[in-house]
Design a protein around this ligand. Sequence first.
Ligand code: F3S
Length: 651
Amino acid sequence: MGKNLTRKILESHLAKPSAMNPGDEIYVKVDQTLTHDINAVMTYLAFEAIGLDRTQVETSVSYLDHNLLYLDNKTPDDHIYLQSVAKRYGVHVSRPGNGICHAVHVARFGVPGKLSMGGDSHTPHGGSIGMLCIGVGGMDVATAMTGVPMRLKMPQIIKVNLKGHLKPGCNAKEIILEMLRRVGIKGGLGKVFEYVGPGAAGLEVSERATITNMGAEMGATTSIFPGDEQVRRFMRAQGREDQYVEMLPDEDAEYDGEMEINLDELNPLIACPHQPDNVMPLKDAEKKKVQQVFIGSCTNASYSDIAKVALVLQGRHVNEDVSCTCAVSSKQVYKQLLRDGYMEMLIDAGVRVLETACGPCCAIGQSPATKGVAVRTSNRNFKGRAGNPTAEIYLVSPESAAATAILGTFATAEDILGADVAKLAEIHEPDVYPVDDSMIIKPLPEEEAKQVEVVKGPNIKFLPIPEQPTEHLCVPVSLKTVDNITTDDITPASAEFSSMRSNIPLMSQYCYHRYDPEFAARAKEMGQSIIIGGENYGQGSSREHAAINPMYLGVRAVIAKSIARIHKGNLINHGIIPMIFEDPADYDKIEQGDELEINGLLEQMQTKEVEIRDNTKGVTFKARLELSDSELEVISCGGQLRYLKKQLGKE
Ligand code: F3S
């Protein structure tokens, strides 16, 4: 039987032979890495600590794109460090203003058939061009940069057969929201969604990117489209057709599962607060008064997205009770929209045009008002994601967001344009983009790079190193959480907090501060402690600070009903033992402040089952370590940095 595309790419990157059955641990060689400014300082501090002279992968890129508000010294300190450390170690830099990492990466660096790992959960965006792109924690990126093969749990590969065509006024956002409606936020765990079929062939790269990008919201390892004629056309428009490689699944390819979506049947959808899978038809949503509309993010700010927004707004005006902002995904897209007159339409309609950056998507500016209703084209609507936990965030397509901005309540493009909505179907991505790489700093030759001084301003603090696990652990529970805790709950996004990420002693004081303002002080006072979590603990952003800060505060283990994939990896990397309740009912027996005791921890860990006694309640329960053998080795060493130095003989 034939091979699917995911398997082909993984096979061509295997570093050790494997049968590649779902669930097997495989080792792959990584071609490309990417980082962005609010996660990357820790990545490069770790890379420096490892002691190699240069990145060992084909292409490493450091994007300065998330936090461009220089409110004080912190972010410029970070950016200067990131720029200098990139020069020192052979890493490209995409300067502030060049655009959002995923959009720029696909346009300027992505190549079908390559394997990339990025320190951002939406790295799968690159699956839009037939590349296998996996979001990981920052320490994993540092590891990939050393050139050592990366471990990966062989995913199940699910065929998603797309049929038909999207109706005018419907966006690729409808396809991914429909996927989320069907499978939910945990439905992609351990899976790759491979999109095929005539409906997939008809989608342009920017539309595919909306889908692969938001595959992260289902917890998927990644999502991918074929490297087909659409990709060739896109790369030609980027002046890179010579790098195009056809990457297709075999016609008789085998998959581990199959789904089908008929695009003709889709209508505008909306994801309601506070989870991206809380999806319903937009026309059925209660008509709330909307205070804020944000059009942008890596998910939905392509040329055709914004051009369609402009056509909905043309000759109309943003409602007087709505603040409508727009951040285009990249400089080249912005320039083309300017040339074609679409930016003028936005400005005439009263849209506030922001700089090309993530900005509001990660709560860096444009927070909604108290209990405000915000409509966004981005990918996440968790409580507090927009910077105000009292606000409600709804996710829609750019076309629906524009219509909502006009009416001041949820609306579709058809509500505004009527039969004229058909004109939206005439918008396509440009045949030629105004490519200009002057905002990309290329790596220096190796010898020259060795002379570069890495600049560490006052905001760049040390990299905390976890302690190694001990034989006997007897510590209190510093926190018991509900289900679906996000990494935003643990370490909030926003300009204020993002710029603290290079300064763990400071940032850790705000750990969990919206969820439980007393947590940081309590954990610190306890010295060492354990967190009890519910289902899907640590879902959402790949933010490794959600592991670093608790580790710094002395958290030694998290015992939860389930733990989200990327967060689990981050916990392991930073020396926090992730454990899963053998019997989820035991969760109910434990309370904050209880004393938990584990005897013979190191020995028990080797069996991947640990017996824990709650001394306060006088009960004993079991927890599993759902870890591969190599993950077990890492956690037994006290985290990835200690492990890697040992491996590379750099101790
Ligand atoms: Fe940036 Fe938001 Fe995407 S923070 S990378 S625009 S998910």
